[in-house]
Ligand binder design. Structure first.
Ligand SMILES: *Cc1c(COP(=O)(O)O)cnc(C)c1O
Length: 373
């Protein structure tokens, strides 16, 4: 079957919880959605949470709540999934980038201000691989320029900074529940926030822009109003029952990821051809990915040989600004963000998921060391 770079953990408990919903009255928009939102909000320590049918639609909702409109600029870093900036483009925003900091693989905070103009509306810092960015410094910049921060924490459920969970320090924080992420709902995502206005806007946006509150008239109990253009971005009760069941295991999942990371750190310490990922000081890195860097001229060969040996590694990510759509529409080219490109040319994401066994990890370590030493 081989060893993938990441995969879900579904057990009998999860199946039982989903089965209960299947046998009940609601498949969608039942009590499990709100329950799951409450549990996530509580876990990260936020006041509010709005669940969506994907992490991408959640980001779109957050961009809408932040008031992004045509011609606004949004800022992220190139080493991320395309959704980080696509979500603003949906509303007509122009994507701008700041290169990564080679020490964290996240946005280089010292370079953010160079990219800010009077049109900058949103900054999207990405907690790449599960490393929580230094949000305090970004908040300081954002406050000065009246910019909204939407933290892309798709990789970082359970990550911590100075004892606080990621999920409250940015204006809005997105978590994804795609099967390779920390917990899964099949597809799904959520925004956590302490801001009531953002919360209410996202709830309406998620369901066509339709509301029964603050209506211009109320002729009868059947009446509702569509006050703005929204989408059907609702998540189902089935998915949220799975999410709640998964969330019970989050600490166990993270503990296992941390053990795997520590074992990799040790195993590659003396291999000069492998650079291992950074550790987080005064915080908790949650290792959605374990990205190693190998010599550029050997990356392709190592990647292919690992796959031949049924170790299904991946590369995260192809720098967003080098995607044809971004080149064509915004004039970006290879060479614009050298640190991101340098990282991309060397990166390989090796297997990292709680279900990986000791034996599997030992096989991965031995294979990689034999290939690279
Ligand atoms: C997974 C992911 C998303 C959201 O993806 P969905 O598949 O829509 O849940 C956004 N940003 C990053 C960095 C991701 O890894």
């Amino acid at each position: 079957m081989g060893i993938p770079y990441g995969r879900q953990w579904i057990d009998e408990e999860d199946i039982k919880e989903v089965e209960k919903v299947l046998k009940g009255d609601w498949l969608t928009q039942g009590p499990n959605v709100e329950q799951f939102e409450k549990e996530i909000a509580q876990y990260v320590g936020a006041k509010y949470a709005v669940a969506f049918n994907s992490g991408t639609s959640a980001l779109h909702g957050a961009m809408y709540a932040a008031g992004v409109t045509k011609g606004d600029e949004i800022i992220s870093s190139p080493i991320t999934f395309v959704a980080s900036t696509n979500s603003g483009i949906y509303l007509g925003a122009i994507p701008k980038f700041v290169d990564i900091d080679e020490r964290t693989y996240c946005i280089d905070i010292d370079k953010i201000e160079e990219q800010i103009t009077e049109k900058t509306k949103v900054i999207v810092p990405v907690d790449y691989a599960g490393y929580p960015v230094d949000i305090e410094k970004i908040n300081h910049i954002a406050k000065k320029h009246n910019i909204v921060i939407i933290e892309d924490a798709a990789h970082a459920l359970g990550a911590e900074r100075n004892g606080e969970k990621v999920g409250t320090q940015a204006d809005m924080t997105m978590f994804s529940f795609h099967p390779v992420k920390h917990i899964t709902t099949g597809e799904g995502g959520i925004i956590t926030t302490n801001n009531k206005e953002y919360y209410e806007k996202m709830k309406v946006f998620r369901t066509h822009g339709i509301t029964k509150e603050n209506m211009s008239q109320n002729p009868g109990p059947w009446y509702y109003e569509m006050q703005d253009l929204g989408y059907n971005y609702r998540i189902t009760d089935l998915q949220c029952a799975l999410g709640s069941s998964q969330l019970k295991k989050i600490e166990q999942f993270i503990k296992r990821r941390l053990e795997i990371a520590e074992k990799y750190d040790k195993a590659f310490k003396d291999n000069s051809n492998i650079q291992t990922p950074p550790k987080k000081e005064n915080g908790r890195h949650v290792y959605h990915l374990y990205p190693i860097q190998v010599p550029k001229e050997r990356r392709k060969e190592i990647f292919e040989k690992l796959r031949e040996k049924e170790i299904y590694v991946q590369v995260h990510y192809i720098p967003v600004h080098t995607q044809p759509y971004y080149k064509k529409n915004y004039g970006y080219k290879y060479g614009d963000y050298p640190k991101s490109e340098h990282f991309y040319e060397r990166e390989i994401s090796i297997p990292m998921y709680p279900k990986m066994t000791e034996e599997e990890q030992e096989y991965v370590i031995k294979t990689i060391n034999d290939l690279t030493k």
